[in-house]
Ligand binder design. Structure first.
Ligand code: NAD
Length: 482
């Protein structure tokens, strides 16, 4: 298709009200592509198309849905290198990370293709003689999807695949910064044979297109991934109308990684550096708070700094790059602001924090490790969303657990220890949705539930078979056969 890349409404590729240049954060002179932005009226047309397509799609056979999702999976996997490259070029994570995320998207579509055929119900005898009770799951209706920029292909996939598998229709608004991968998967699904209006793409701004989806009476449910402040607005708007929308929010984190004295130092350093800094630290599950026991603290910090010194921060598409650029100038400013705040509050910059110059103009930042921090400082309490982590020294496991849980967030938490006792206790007592032992807080499987607690999440889990909680609604039917 010739640029600009268009929106898909009611099965047709349509022009927008303006265009958006998709800029490569590794090289701001490189325009990945021009993508149209939808108007509010077009978002409304997309919702009407999804509403019109719902009766037929919700009654399509599981085989029909299976074949479309499987075809999409096959194409995503066959094009993993090309799509992974597009992802790295528009978002800035390294090429291996971009290809890895693309493969995951393909696996997600394959998993939910299978789910089309596995959706089951229950049957119970009634407490009344001769009566039977069936409990079946039905699609919810029109799903509005609003996604962030940091996983441009995986997050749209883990929302679109279950929505379609369980018979819903979709109006999808990706993040303005990364329209490329969003467009590519919609194109793949469209060509895989989705009927008109089942999946609609409305690229554009949150305040215009996103808001139109939130406010529309014909949208039955909203699935949102993004920051806490936007999540709050989404929640308020979604329940404001006459018919309150079903709602699922996945938001930020301030994920703790506890390192105990008995940890294997090498493992702990790998887990911490990977969890905190890979993907440029731009993961909701990043290990941004490193809570380290006094006996291993100095050795751990020293080894982390050595490891960080060896990392190559450069163009995401270059072979050998370990960490790509920050996504844009706003995010870079935010990262630098928090490094400055941490220093003002008494933190010590053990490594990094410098803006780097490379061959091409981009948003390069040396990963920053800040020591001598407390859990009360802003750097410990607020999400930075960049390659910035702070270390908090603690005397023992009890203090580590208490600080790990002392946060408004509750997405992911980790512990590095060789003690079965502490590992088991931590898994049971961590107030996070996902807990990792001797593994990075970021990095999860696609076939099991994903999500958090407390201020990080609202509503039911995403991914795996648990996704059916959000994308289906239960019907209880009674029969007296006489
Ligand atoms: P964001 O909240 O700025 O934007 C997310 C989406 O909401 C975008 O598509 C944006 O256009 C849209 N939006 C903005 N204002 C809106 C409005 N008024 N109405 C409707 N939509 C609106 O987040 P971001 O900067 O794109 O992503 C980073 C954030 O996402 C971080 O906080 C990160 O932790 C979070 N995140 C969470 C998870 C998770 O699963 N928990 C995963 C990835 C990212």
């Amino acid at each position: 298709m010739n640029a600009p890349f268009k929106n898909l409404i009611a099965g047709d590729w349509v022009e927008g009200s303006s265009t958006n240049a998709n800029i490569n954060p590794s090289n701001t002179k490189d325009v990945v592509g021009e993508y149209v932005r939808a108007s509010k009226a077009q978002a409304e047309e997309a919702i009407a198309a999804a509403r019109a397509a719902f009766p037929a799609w919700s009654r399509s056979t599981p085989q029909e849905r299976y074949e479309i999702l499987k075809k999409a999976s096959d194409e995503i996997l066959a094009r993993k290198d090309e799509l992974g490259r597009l992802l790295s070029r528009e978002e800035g994570k390294t090429l291996p990370e971009g290809v890895g995320e693309t493969v995951r998207a393909g696996q997600i579509f394959a998993f939910f293709a299978g789910e089309c055929l596995r959706l089951s119900g229950e049957k119970l005898a009634s407490v009344r003689p001769g009566v039977e009770v069936d409990m079946t799951r039905e699609p919810v209706g029109v799903i509005g999807m609003i996604t962030p920029w940091n996983f441009p292909i995986a997050i749209p996939s883990w929302k679109i695949a279950p929505a379609l598998a369980y018979g819903n229709t979709v109006v999808f608004k990706p993040a303005d910064l990364v329209p490329g991968c969003a467009w590519a998967i919609v194109d793949i699904l469209h060509r895989a044979g989705l009927p008109k209006g089942v999946l609609n793409l409305v690229m554009g701004r949150g305040s215009e297109v996103g808001q139109a989806i939130l406010e529309h009476k014909d949208v039955d449910a909203i699935t949102f991934t993004g920051s806490v402040p936007t999540g709050r607005k989404v929640a308020a708007a979604a329940v404001a109308g006459a018919r309150m929308k079903k709602l699922q929010l996945e938001m930020g984190g301030k994920n703790p990684l506890v390192v105990l004295d008995d940890a294997d130092l090498k493992v702990a350093v790998e887990v911490a550096v990977n969890g905190a800094f890979f993907s440029t630290g731009q993961r909701c599950t990043a290990s941004s708070r490193l809570i380290v026991q006094a006996g291993i603290h100095d050795k751990f910090v020293e080894a982390c700094v050595e490891r960080l010194k060896g990392l190559v921060i450069d163009d995401a598409l270059k072979a050998g790059t370990h960490i790509g650029p920050v996504v844009d100038q706003n995010q870079l400013d935010q990262d630098l602001k928090y490094i400055a705040i941490a220093k003002e509050e008494g933190g010590k910059l053990a490594w990094g924090g410098e803006v780097l110059t490379r061959e091409t103009p981009g948003f390069y930042l040396q990963p920053a490790l800040i020591t001598e921090t407390t859990n009360q400082m802003r750097i410990s309490r607020e999400e930075v969303f960049g390659p910035v982590a702070n270390v908090i020294r603690v005397k023992d496991y009890d203090e580590a657990l208490q600080l790990a849980n002392d946060t408004e967030f509750g997405l992911s938490a980790g512990i590095c220890t060789s003690s079965l006792k502490y590992a088991t206790h931590f898994k049971r007592n961590s107030e996070a949705g996902m807990v990792m032992v001797n593994l990075p807080t970021a990095g999860v499987d696609y076939h099991v539930p994903f999500g958090g607690r407390k201020g990080s999440s609202y509503g039911s889990r995403e991914q795996g078979a648990y996704a059916r909680e959000f994308y289906t609604t239960v019907k209880t039917a009674y029969t007296f056969a006489g």
